[in-house]
Write a protein that binds this ligand. Sequence first.
Ligand code: F6P
Length: 549
Amino acid sequence: MASLTHSPAWNALEAHARAGKAIHLRDRFAADHARFSAFSLDAGPIFVDYSKQCVDAETMRRLFALARQQDVESNRDAMFAGQHINRTERRAVLHTALRDRLDRAVFDDGKDVMPGVRDVLRRMREFSNGVRHGEIRGFRGGVFTDVVNIGIGGSDLGPLMVVEALEPYRTDRLRSHFVSNVDGAHLARTLQALNPATTLFVVASKTFTTQETMANAAAAREWLVQGLGDVRSVEHHFVALSTNLEATGRFGVVPARVFEFWDWVGGRYSLWSAIGLSIALAVGMDRFDELLDGAYEMDEHFRRAPLEANAPVILALLGVWCSNFLGIDTHVALPYDQSLHRLPAFLQQLDMESNGKRVDRDGLPVDYDTGPVVWGEPGTNGQHAFFQLLHQGTRICAADFIVARDTHYPVGNQHQLLLANCLAQSRALAFGKTETEARHELERQGATADATAELAPYKTFPGNRPSNTLVLRKLTPATLGALIALYEHKVFVQGVLWNIGSFDQWGVELGKQLAPEVLSRLRGESSAGPMDASTEGLVAKLTTATTAR
Ligand code: F6P
């Protein structure tokens, strides 16, 4: 394939970006009163406004031409059809099968995966109902009061983010905890308030070999056995969610307490699988089903809507436009919803682990930027922290504002305040305040001529900083499912546009490989050879008692 950067669609976009560089969003809005309706759409239960992006109709035409040139539609169909599009791991990518709500077959290597999917969902329902209703109990007969999910990355962030988001649907009788960090503080602090007799551990790990998770699970098992004084308690208090049934058995989880998933479910795409058991325990299986329904609705939108009306495709194209043609290399996720406070962290893994790649699908180095730096915080807190840089810094960040029309928490008029802040911020980013406007404002406030001249530059906002606004009717299991699926597909489309494989993660391996060598040095064991001087020096600092101050 010709290099992407020399392809017709790419060149056309570059020329268009050069020609339109000077056009400010103020001018774009002034020139086109139908801009809001032209650049917004409904995707299932989510409304997407992208009118505050630095685009016009011609930009969008050229972006859709890029999507067609890169075969987005056939790549999408290949994913849904179970083709092995995860080339380097030689796997299908079928997280969509986990939420397929139709009674149809989905094949991987000629085998219908759906009977297995349905069976695990049925078992998740049985088990979560049993625990929630107090029928499935601890070793000494205690009703479970606390569930501790032990996992990391996709085996933590997805379920954690969803459980936090669906707080209004949770029951007080069963508290949820998530332990991910290998730092003993995370487990120790979680366990200190818990009673082993009423605590259920859910060990979530696709591979069941991840060092952090295995260390935490082993420590939790010890805590349990010590607390209950009997090793037989493990089979009553431990559940495993994994593809590695041999390893779960070795750990001591009985087969009836293992919830399986499959290698065609990527870690960061796994909350829809057995990895979602902590969600089902927290909010009930009916709500979990609604989450799947919402994701399915977005899947159908992604599958069937023409590119020009396809929200994941449009968001992906806008991301590429910002990053590769406008030079904006960070993307900030701003949920104006406290319940979505872990969404930025979830999106960070989804996007950066999927598209933080430097070679293309043919193994050749790319000569263009791929995945952006993704970060974020809920509004309004971010406004009092990093929004200064968003508004007046020298770096431009593309922003996604995410907000729900209705709230679960009608406290005074606070929801209106939240909505007002959300809209005000995207408006300020887009339109800014000119130096002339800043001067007039100062004059109106009675500032002297000297003070006006001095302060006007500080009170000027350049604007023209692009954002999308995603509006949910209300944060429910279904709308949340749709929102997550929207981002999953956006990330996938971007991978196709950049011709990179979004479903492997080789970049996490080197650190994992090096850790054992460093560990043996920290333990004072001899290793194959000396490490670099910096690491040797730091090992000495960390292991020599006299250096600690
Ligand atoms: O190290 C990265 C990673 O492999 C992620 O892709 C994954 O979500 C996480 O680790 C956890 O892996 P596992 O579920 O196998 O423990």
